[in-house]
Design a protein. Structure first.
Lengths: 664, 264
């Protein structure tokens, strides 16, 4: 009896405990291969293989990382002021951020595209978009400076931008938010969206030699949201493809109202046809206002002009420019494979990936295989344009990049993974988890004719526990995968600034040898340049005082200035006389309501200062330039308004009067 | 011998069971854990006798995308009646222990088991409605998909792995039930001493325990990474994070390299 009771109790106890732990799936560990460290280690003194240009998202800037080390090399200011080097603070750089709405100190930088020649990256420029106040910027990759910014009229939410054609003929930008065009009365009720709001696609031409941008023409399209786009290549060169969502044309609670239609569209644009119409004078000249800002590397000055006219082609009236192709469920990505034949749509709420064929699209257009029209634009039958669908690849596809070997890599936000699939077979080949919730991907050259498929970088939206915690605000996370073999291998995980959306990567060889080391002082044609210490001066023009100053290790010339009065506007024009590599000088004024200047060798930059009180104000060099950097300083004497102290300036001669008591 | 009176040991155990049932009012009874790659910290829904606990707000926030109803305590009539049921049984156990009549034990057993079955049926029905009664205007609609959480055990729902298990309160119930059954057997056995052979009883216990455990039977077989192939798509299972397995009632394990293959 006792035995029975005991064994029964014991049996039940054991059964209960094992039952408790049964069935629960074990938590998986992170799978990183053992030789990952050797793949990403770049020894001290050695260069990385690739430049990775990463969008800064809500920081407004572009960051540059080296691959495979993941080291941050530089943050290039484009659309946001940068007190670190005076971008947006110096008088020369302020015009870069000028718009038809005035000076704007910040923007949201989403996408980047490297310039191409013959469908291959040429390393000359990189183009960036501003999402908030629609603009496109061109960054010069020899100086890593923002060279040009052009504003876009008739636009809002410049998201589908900047995407370039095979030979950088055009940089194309599309609106995310449809709005009433600039030249009509915009004071309409918001719920008249369907009637009054239009989407605009801007074709910006790029000069082959100088890179100068100009809005060649705009296409006025139906009021949908344009998301991402890519140009055709090879056989599809001459066409552009845009993903569109909100075909429901909702103006409120888009989360629900723009997700109702089973299919939205990919818009195919025949821009060669648009060029024909433009030549034939079919475009309507519209009166608008938009800024065009250029930074000149010889004068080291930006100039801003407001342009007043743009040519618009109405796609409702001018036929054969635009066609709609149905694409499942709010497409985000719209990517063209290296051969130019396959167009991959990624519907962010879809459970499959449709792949369209350019040849089939052309055949459907020729045969007028349409199922109707949307706001005057024909809709091609889905099955007639479709090559095939990738079934059950994952949840929430966003963006596809290509490896040039016939494979595609698609990011999945909801299931937090990258999926490799073969384009011809439409079969899934491999999956790799991302930590966590990946947005965009980048393969060097992955959206050109010639991808360099050694690495793939996934840019994730959620970071959580990947790095040491830093309070509630965490950096975003980027992951580097080795895709040179059949299976993807995770080799590195690094945090990024801002929020990376799109990124571009290119072999370092294309850029590193063209990198400017310093600016030649002889070529400096800035209005306020001082080419030598003997040419420095301080000049009063009414209540404006111009200080022509030079900086060289380790002094400013002049470094003692007197005669400035309260009520003056003082402009310090500093020329860095150095002609050597990596010797910048900084410049700061005590209590100036301004940032510092960081002046590169051979450059001239100007800082404006309005003194706020009488007294002695120190100035000094802020960037460690030499052993006697601490001695690189000066004083400015501010006298009361109306004082009779004359302007005087000197270096080394303003010595104290001899003291009579020490005379022997 | 007083044949309609329970043994002293039985009565003490019944009394203690009654007291432990009161504890159920203060601890979670059931928990549904949700795991997804972007939730390394995990999410959980804790069901108490009278309320919901855990990450209810976060779960509600996520579920609205797929059209599942927002969980509000006031929508559940169960939360208002359950505490009374538990108190009733606590009192019943205590009284049975004090009074010690055999007939009371039989009645208690029948009532308790019926209650347990009723509770699980009600839970299943709620889970069915929660997973099937979706808002037609939901943003994410996966064709043919429903999101009924598992009654007990593991189930993949889109990118979430849901694991439904009793929590402390639930285990107390289970333990009390098991003890109740054991006591019943012992009492019956001693009452009908001649009718049931000792060997028969020795056999009955493991059989009953085995049947009792069949809801969450054998452990899943470990997946050998790099070797095992997915039973659906034949790809090599290369990553632990995405491997999935089904263990059927008979104990056969099916292995998959991804939850989507498992769902197919």
């Amino acid at each position: 009896m006792r035995n029975f009771k005991f064994s029964a109790m014991a049996f039940i106890a054991v059964a209960l405990i094992t039952g408790f732990f049964a069935c629960k799936p074990k938590n998986a560990g992170n799978a990183v291969s053992a030789d990952a460290a050797s793949k990403v280690y770049v020894a001290p003194g050695k260069y990385d293989e690739f430049y990775n240009f990463v969008s800064g998202g809500f920081s407004g800037q572009m960051s540059v990382y080296g691959l495979p080390s993941g080291r941050l090399l530089k943050v290039v200011p484009i659309f946001s002021i940068n007190p670190e080097n005076g971008y947006g603070f110096s008088e020369e750089s302020k015009p870069m951020l000028n718009t038809s709405h005035g000076f704007i100190p910040w923007d949201d930088q989403h996408h980047l595209d490297l310039s191409q020649t013959n469908g291959e990256i040429d390393g000359r420029w990189i183009f960036a978009n501003a999402n908030n106040t629609p603009r496109v910027a061109r960054v010069d990759l020899s100086t890593f400076h923002t060279s040009e910014i052009i504003e876009l009229p008739n636009s809002a939410g410049n998201h589908s931008s900047p995407f370039i054609t095979e030979n950088t003929e055009y940089v194309v930008a599309g609106t995310r938010f449809s709005v009433p065009p600039d030249d009509v009365n915009g004071d309409v009720p918001i719920n008249t969206y369907k009637k009054n709001f239009k989407g605009t696609i801007s074709f910006i031409s790029v000069d082959k030699g100088s890179g100068k941008m100009d809005i060649a023409f705009q296409l006025q399209c139906p009021g949908v949201n344009f998301d991402l786009s890519h140009s055709g290549k090879e056989k599809s060169h001459g066409w552009f493809f845009f993903s569109c969502y909100n075909t429901e044309q909702a103006n409120t609670l888009l989360e629900v109202n723009a997700s109702q239609n089973d299919k939205d569209f990919i818009m195919a644009v025949n821009w060669k046809k648009a060029e024909e119409y433009l030549k034939a004078g079919k475009g309507r000249k519209q009166a608008v206002k938009y800024a065009h800002n250029v930074y000149d590397e010889k004068t080291h000055t930006a100039t801003s002009e407001i342009r007043t006219e743009v040519t618009v082609l109405d796609t409702k009236v001018l036929k054969d420019i635009c066609y709609f192709i149905p694409c499942p469920k709010s497409p985000h990505g719209c990517d063209v494979d290296p051969t130019g034949e396959y167009i991959v749509g990624s519907g962010k709420l879809a459970a499959l990936i449709p792949v369209f064929s350019f040849d089939k699209i052309q055949a459907a257009i020729a045969a007028k295989d349409y199922i109707g029209d949307y706001d005057g634009i024909p809709i091609i039958k889905y099955e007639s344009a479709l090559y095939g669908e990738v079934k059950k690849p994952g949840l929430g596809p966003l963006h596809t990049e290509f490896d040039g070997k016939g494979n595609a890599y698609t990011s999945f936000f909801v299931s937090s993974e990258v999926v490799k699939w073969n384009i011809k077979d439409l079969k899934v080949l491999d999956r790799a988890p991302t930590y966590y919730s990946v947005g965009h991907l980048c393969i060097p050259g992955g959206d050109t004719k010639k991808p360099n498929a050694k690495y793939l970088i996934a840019y994730n939206k959620i970071t959580k526990d990947r790095y040491l915690p830093t309070g509630p605000e965490l950096a975003q996370s980027a992951q580097l995968y080795d895709i040179s073999g059949d299976k993807m291998l995770l080799i590195l995980d690094f945090p990024t600034i801002g929020e990376p959306h799109y990124a571009q990567a290119v072999s370092a060889d294309l850029i590193k040898n063209n990198s400017v080391k310093f600016f030649k002082i002889d070529e400096n044609t800035n209005k306020y340049v001082s080419k030598g210490e003997s040419t420095t001066k301080v000049v009063r023009e009414g209540n404006k005082v111009h200080v022509y100053m030079t900086a060289i290790r380790s002094h400013f010339s002049p470094d003692n200035i007197e005669g400035v009065k309260l009520g003056d506007e003082v402009y310090f024009h500093i020329t860095n006389l150095e002609q050597d590599w990596d010797v910048p000088h900084g410049f700061a004024i005590k209590a100036a309501g301004n940032a510092e200047l960081l002046i590169m060798p051979g450059e001239t930059q100007t800082l404006k200062w309005t003194p706020d009180r009488v007294g002695i104000i120190p100035i000094y060099c802020t960037d460690f330039c030499s052993a006697l950097h601490q001695e690189m300083q000066g004083y400015v004497r501010v006298s009361p308004a109306g004082s009779s102290v004359p302007i005087s300036y000197s270096l080394g001669t303003n010595l104290p009067k001899a003291d009579s008591s020490t005379k022997k | 011998m007083k044949t309609n009176q329970l043994k002293t040991a039985t009565r003490i155990i019944l009394f203690l069971c009654g007291l432990s049932l009161i504890a159920v009012l203060y601890v979670p009874m059931w928990s549904i854990e949700l795991n997804a790659p972007q939730y390394p910290e995990g999410l959980s829904l804790a069901i108490y006798a009278n309320r919901l606990g855990g990450n209810v707000d976060i779960i509600n926030g996520l579920n609205h995308y797929i059209g599942m109803k927002t969980l509000h305590e006031k929508d559940f009539v169960e939360f208002s009646v359950l505490p009374y049921f538990i108190l009733f049984f606590a009192a019943a156990f205590v009284l049975t222990g004090l009074i010690g009549k055999r007939k009371l034990l039989y009645t208690l057993f029948v009532l308790f088991v019926s209650f347990g079955v009723l509770a699980m049926v009600d839970f299943w029905r709620w889970e069915y409605n929660y997973g099937h009664d979706l808002n037609p205007e939901a943003a994410i609609k996966v064709p043919g998909m429903s999101y009924q959480p598992p009654l007990i055990g593991y189930k993949q729902l889109l990118n979430f792995g849901a694991y439904s298990m009793p929590d402390i309160g639930g285990w107390i119930f289970v333990l009390v039930g098991a003890l109740l059954m054991l006591l019943l057997i012992i009492e019956v056995r001693s009452f009908k001493r001649m009718k049931l052979g000792a060997n028969t009883v020795k056999l009955m216990v493991p059989i009953i325990s085995f049947l009792f455990l069949s809801s969450c039977n054998t452990e899943p077989k470990p997946i050998t990474i790099g070797k095992d192939n997915c039973d659906f798509c034949k790809m090599t299972i290369s990553d632990n994070r995405f491997g999935a397995e089904i263990v059927t009632k008979k104990g056969k394990a099916y292995k998959f390299d991804d939850s989507h293959c498992l769902l197919s």
